[in-house]
Design a protein around this ligand. Structure first.
Ligand SMILES: [Zn+2]
Ligand SMILES: [Zn+2]
Ligand SMILES: [Zn+2]
Length: 291
């Protein structure tokens, strides 16, 4: 029995859905009957089909916890040519934050709560308990693999697995699609006490918080800056929950949007991130839409 199949059967015994990967670490291509999804796809796919192909077609959607299927003749050819074993994280109730390189790992160590980690070729997998929608490129070098995705199995890892935190579940929300073009930023008003007649904080307090938020946003690029803008707006908004208002939050928001735009986030994405950040903080703000 080959090494990959042996490893796969150990996972099957634990109830983890497995599939073989090619030498190049990608899934095997579909068979002729499944090519280009002409079979309609598997019942568990997003567009559900009736495919009952016995081969490991359709990547993660073929992942199985059945020893009979995994050791079947139809899978045998794939195991003979396999270069790795993969599993379906969502199918076993976990989420893998796939950190592709040392920069991504450094970011995770600074940003995400510690959990179980598995070393990969150039980076790490951080594994959390709970599932979410998968999303590629939530930041440079960072993919989220959970529902409808596969991840390489590289061993059980080390450390205690914790529940999926909000810092991870909110990551995909403000992914800027590849190819979205940043326009030149709209000039924005500066927050002063004059626009905040009903704020109970001092100008210095508000200005210091805003400057800190702006530097958090500009310290990131593109996707990262959009989710920072969301977090900063939510935090700054929360400081004004008790103020009778107005606090000039739309002006604060405008400065956050401008900061995100200055590092390449299209303004409409930045504006949406800021509006939702304020909304989550439970503060009323006339929408900070683009001028
Ligand atoms: Zn097939
Ligand atoms: Zn099929
Ligand atoms: Zn206030």
């Amino acid at each position: 029995m080959n090494e990959h199949l042996r490893k796969a059967l150990e996972l099957v015994a634990l109830g983890v859905p497995v599939l073989p990967l090619r030498e190049g670490k990608g899934p095997f291509g579909n068979c002729a009957a499944c090519a280009k999804n002409q079979c309609g796809g598997r019942p568990n796919m997003k567009a559900a089909g009736t495919c009952a192909c016995p081969r490991p077609c359709h990547a993660w959607a073929a992942a199985s916890t059945s020893a009979d299927i995994v050791t079947s003749a139809a899978w045998a050819a794939a195991w003979r040519r396999a270069g790795a074993v993969a599993y379906h994280p969502g199918g076993t109730g976990v989420t893998v934050v796939d950190l592709d390189n040392t920069d991504a790992v450094a970011w995770a160590r600074e940003t995400l709560p510690a959990t179980r980690t598995v070393a990969t070729t150039r980076g790490e997998h951080w594994i959390y308990l709970g599932t979410m929608q998968s999303s590629n490129g939530v930041r440079p070098g960072v993919d989220i693999k959970s529902l409808m995705a596969y991840a390489r199995w590289l061993g059980p890892g080390v450390g205690e697995m914790i529940r999926l935190p909000e810092t991870v579940t909110t990551l995909p929300r403000y992914v800027v699609p590849a190819g979205a073009v940043a326009s030149s930023p709209t000039p924005r008003a500066t927050w002063t006490r004059a626009v905040a007649s009903g704020c109970r904080h001092t100008e210095r307090y508000v200005r210091t918080g805003l400057d800190k938020g702006v530097s958090m946003v500009t310290g990131h690029r593109e996707q990262g800056a959009a989710s920072q803008a969301f977090g900063v707006a939510r935090f700054l908004g929360s400081l004004h929950q008790e103020c009778p208002g107005p606090c000039g939050l739309e002006t604060l928001g405008g400065e956050i949007i401008a900061a995100a735009a200055s590092v390449g986030v299209p303004e409409s994405y930045a504006a949406r991130a800021v509006d939702r950040g304020f909304a989550e903080a439970g503060v009323q703000v006339p929408t900070t839409q683009m001028a």
